[in-house]
Design a binder for this molecule. Sequence first.
Ligand SMILES: NC(=O)c1ccc[n+]([C@@H]2O[C@H](COP(=O)([O-])OP(=O)(O)OC[C@H]3O[C@@H](n4cnc5c(N)ncnc54)[C@H](O)[C@@H]3O)[C@@H](O)[C@H]2O)c1
Length: 323
Amino acid sequence: MSLHVLTGGAGFIATNLIRRLIDLGETVFALDDMSRGRPDFWAPLQDQPRFRSAIVDCADLEAYRTALDTTVNDGGIAAIWHLAANSDIPAGIADPRIDLQRTFLTTFNTLVLMREFSIPTLNFASSSAIYGDHGETVIHEDIGPLEPISNYGAMKLASEAQIRAAVEAFLPKANVFRFPNVVGVPATHGVLIDFVDKLRATPHRLDVLGDGTQRKAYLDVEELVDAMLFIAAQAQGRHNVFNVGPPDRGVTVREIAEAVRDRVSPGAEIRYGTGGRGWVGDVPRFRYATDRLAALGWRPQHDSIGAVRRAVDQIVAQELGRR
Ligand SMILES: NC(=O)c1ccc[n+]([C@@H]2O[C@H](COP(=O)([O-])OP(=O)(O)OC[C@H]3O[C@@H](n4cnc5c(N)ncnc54)[C@H](O)[C@@H]3O)[C@@H](O)[C@H]2O)c1
């Protein structure tokens, strides 16, 4: 039994990861500042003896250190899964300090404390946003130049650079997962829940940002967690970087809007905006090369459209349950 620290532990992806780690017999200490996290995601875990939690701002080094100090046991901490970040990309465009604090400084502080506490492994939630806009080019892990077009992507890339330097200086192992768009439940943000909620509010009409031609890869959150655990167990290097996603061309926003409309309010009119981007900093299309992960032995079961359809069903059930 090892102790795993999860930052951003009350978020969408962390909630799924915590369940899997506990099922695997691990002990989990979840930290979250609740800027976007949901305390109710922790409620079902409170009676679980292998689960601990604290509301902590990981950008505050002293508070973060105190949280680790009070929880670390004789066996030490096996790994930090660093998922804390600002997940609201437009908010970070409006105020870049949000990404500096929540996305970069949380990484910087995580590395400071990993050194202090001699924590051997960092598992980092990175993003396709670090690549920037490569159009139709299939993006493999070593492509360049890396020119992110959002503050979020810039701070994820800066985090990756800081992690690389830490591996050189003191950190025994870092696994860097570059996520695509991740879908599933419990959904708190993203295009699917936006469309579901819009259609429940105005069942006759769905307004879409951009012209609907944006095309991206989507991965089911349960499969993402599976891939993270697989890489953490199998990757042998000290600095392991993986694109995680389906090998397909992705799904257009138009296809997503139609899938949600057909499921939630079949008669609704879909009204598209103009331009190929949903918002400033939105990468209109990307396509991953996932050969590195396939060579390690992991492939998703669902393609992008399959993941989207499954998630729409799950999110509709989630939102009806909240009525
Ligand atoms: N969901 C996706 O499609 C996607 C895609 C690429 C990368 N990622 C990355 O995966 C990770 C998890 O994303 P998610 O979708 O679960 O988002 P999320 O917003 O649900 O989870 C992030 C959590 O971090 C917390 N947090 C933010 N700043 C913090 C701070 N200073 N201290 C402590 N906690 C803080 C938030 O409250 C939130 O609960 C993030 O790092 C995100 O950038 C997600």
